[in-house]
Design a protein around this ligand. Structure first.
Ligand code: 5IU
Length: 456
C-alpha cells in the first residue's frame, strides 16, 4: 500500500466502515458503521498503520500501550516497527496472583504513547488514561486511527492531553464522495449525523438570519425583498402541463411564494398569450418567474435558445437556470450579450438525483469562474458551500417523502435551511400534487417560519 487515500478506501473494501442505516448500541440510528477490528486479518493494513504511526511518534516516548482490545494488535505492530517496548493494560484486573492491571515492564514516570482505533466521545480513552496514571505512568501522546468527529478529540485536548488522529470520518466521506464511491445522499446523511451527534455544541446549528444576505444584482435584490416581505423563501416548481392548471395553482398559492419555477416546454397548450397571463398573475401576487431551462450549449446557441423561438424566454423570465458544462466562454457570451431584457443566471452546480455526476471536482471547477459574472446571482446546489452573498437554491425538498421512484432525493425544509444552508427552497410535487395545495404550502411556511429564518 502506498498512500493514506488507499488505506482509507481499503477500510471500506474490508468492511471496517459501512454506510447504510444502522442502530448503534445507544439505540440511535446512524448512517455509518465503523469497526476497525477486521484490520487484524489484513497484515498489509497493519504494516501500513505501523508506518503511519512511526511518522508521528514524539522522540520522548518510552512505552507504547493500546486501548484494549481493538488497539492491541495496532500497538504491537507499532512497537515492532519502532523498537519501542509495549505494555498491555488489562480490561479486567486479574483475580489471582499479582492482580496487576498493567502487564509488561515499565517504571513510574515512563512517558507513554496511547493508541486507540476509533474515537467517538473519548470515554474509553479517559478510562484507560485514569488507570495508567494511577500506576504512575505519564500519558505523553495519544494517537487515534479514526476520529468520528463527535467531540472526543476536543474533550481530551481540553483536559490537557496531546491528541491527534491519522484520519477522520469527514476526510473519509469527502474522499469517497469525490471519487464517486458514495452518492450525495450518503454524504449529506453522514455530515448531518456528525453535526447532530457531537458532544460539543456546534455553532453551525444556528440558522442564519435572512436579512444578512445582500446581493448587488438587481434581480437578486428583488427576490430577497419579496421573500423578506412575504416571509417566504419558497419557490414553487410548477411542473404542470396545461395552462389552466398552472394558472389555477398560481392563483391559489401566489401569495405564499417568492418565485414560480416553470418548465415552459412541457406545457401542451402553450400559446404566447399564456405568457401575458403569467406576467399579470406574477405582478398581482408579487412573485418572480424562473424558467428552469438548464441551458447547456455553446455561447452562440444559448443566446438563440434564450431569446428566440416561440418561448422567447429572455422576454419574460426574471431568472433562468444554466449548466456550466460548456465552460466559462458560454457563460461569458450571455454576460456580454447586450440586451435590454436579460434574465439573471442561476447555474446548476450540484444535482439532487442519485448518482448525479456533479461531484466536488465539478463544483470546484464551476466556482473557479462563476463568481466573476454579475449576471450570476447564485446557484442550484445541495451541499456546496458558497461565497458570502451568493444565493443558494435547493430543489429536492419535501415534507412527506425521502425520495421518488425515479432517482429524486428529498430533504426536509428544516434540513435544507439548517444543514445545507439553503436560501431558497424549490418545491414541486410536495405542493402541486397535494390534495389541497394551499393547505399544504401552509405547512411548508410554518416549517420555515419556525426556524426564525427571517429574523424577529
Ligand atoms: N430539480 C431537481 N433537482 C435538481 C435540479 C432541478 O429536482 O438537482 I438542477 C428540479 C426538477 C423539478 C423540481 O422541476 O426541481 C423538483 O420537483 P419535485 O419537488 O417534484 O421533485
Amino acid at each position: 500500500m502506498k498512500n493514506s487515500a488507499n488505506f482509507l478506501k481499503t477500510l471500506v473494501d474490508i468492511e471496517c466502515v459501512k454506510f447504510g442505516d444502522f442502530t448503534l448500541k445507544s439505540g440511535k440510528q446512524s448512517p455509518m458503521y465503523i469497526d476497525l477490528r477486521n484490520i487484524v486479518s489484513h497484515p498489509s493494513m497493519l504494516t501500513e498503520l505501523s508506518y503511519l504511526f512511526k511518522d508521528k511518534i514524539s522522540n520522548s516516548i518510552q512505552r507504547i500501550c493500546g486501548v484494549p482490545y481493538a488497539a492491541l494488535p495496532i500497538a504491537t505492530v507499532v512497537s515492532i516497527q519502532t523498537g519501542l517496548p509495549m505494555i498491555i493494560k488489562r480490561k479486567e484486573v486479574k483475580k489471582y496472583g499479582t492482580k496487576k492491571i498493567v502487564e509488561g515492564e515499565y517504571n513510574v514516570g515512563d512517558k507513554v504513547l496511547l493508541i486507540e482505533d476509533v474515537i467517538t466521545s473519548g470515554e474509553s480513552l479517559i478510562e484507560t488514561i485514569k488507570e495508567l496514571e494511577s500506576e504512575g505512568l505519564l500519558i505523553e501522546q495519544i494517537i487515534v486511527v479514526l476520529d468520528r468527529e463527535q467531540g472526543g478529540v476536543k474533550r481530551l485536548i481540553d483536559k490537557g492531553y496531546q491528541v491527534e488522529s491519522l484520519f477522520s470520518i469527514l476526510s473519509l466521506v469527502e474522499l469517497l464522495f469525490k471519487e464517486r464511491k458514495i452518492d450525495n445522499v450518503i454524504y449529506t446523511n453522514v455530515l448531518h449525523f456528525i453535526q447532530h451527534n457531537s458532544i460539543i455544541d456546534s455553532p453551525s446549528k444556528k440558522p442564519k438570519k435572512y436579512l444578512q444576505k445582500t446581493h448587488s444584482n438587481e434581480t437578486a435584490q428583488r427576490l430577497l425583498g419579496i421573500a423578506y416581505r412575504k416571509k417566504s423563501n419558497l419557490i414553487a416548481s410548477i411542473d404542470l402541463i396545461t395552462t389552466k392548471d398552472i394558472i389555477g395553482l398560481l392563483n391559489e398559492i401566489g401569495n405564499d411564494i417568492c418565485a414560480a419555477k416553470l418548465h415552459i416546454d412541457i406545457i401542451s397548450d402553450f400559446t404566447p398569450s399564456f405568457i401575458d397571463e403569467l406576467l399579470i398573475i406574477a405582478k398581482r401576487f408579487d412573485f418572480l418567474l424562473i424558467e428552469d431551462r438548464k441551458f447547456a450549449d455553446i455561447g452562440n446557441t444559448q443566446l438563440l435558445q434564450l431569446s428566440k423561438g416561440m418561448y422567447a424566454i429572455s422576454s419574460w423570465a426574471d431568472m433562468v437556470t444554466i449548466h456550466l458544462i460548456a465552460g466559462e466562454s458560454a457563460l461569458k457570451a450571455i454576460q456580454d450579450w447586450d440586451s435590454e431584457k436579460k434574465p439573471a443566471l442561476i447555474p446548476v452546480i450540484e444535482m439532487s438525483s442519485s448518482g448525479a455526476l456533479t461531484d466536488q471536482d465539478y463544483i470546484e471547477k464551476c466556482k473557479k469562474f462563476m463568481y466573476n459574472y454579475t449576471d450570476v446571482i447564485g446557484v442550484v446546489c445541495q451541499t456546496a458551500e458558497l461565497n458570502e452573498g451568493f444565493l443558494k437554491f435547493t430543489p429536492g425538498v419535501n415534507l412527506e417523502s425521502k425520495n421518488d421512484d425515479k432517482g429524486q432525493n428529498y430533504n426536509s425544509p428544516k434540513y435544507a435551511i439548517e444543514e445545507l444552508h439553503s436560501d431558497f427552497l424549490i418545491i414541486g410535487r410536495g405542493i402541486y400534487s397535494a390534495n389541497d395545495p394551499k393547505n399544504e404550502i401552509g405547512k411548508y411556511l410554518l416549517a420555515i417560519r419556525e426556524l426564525d429564518f427571517f429574523g424577529a
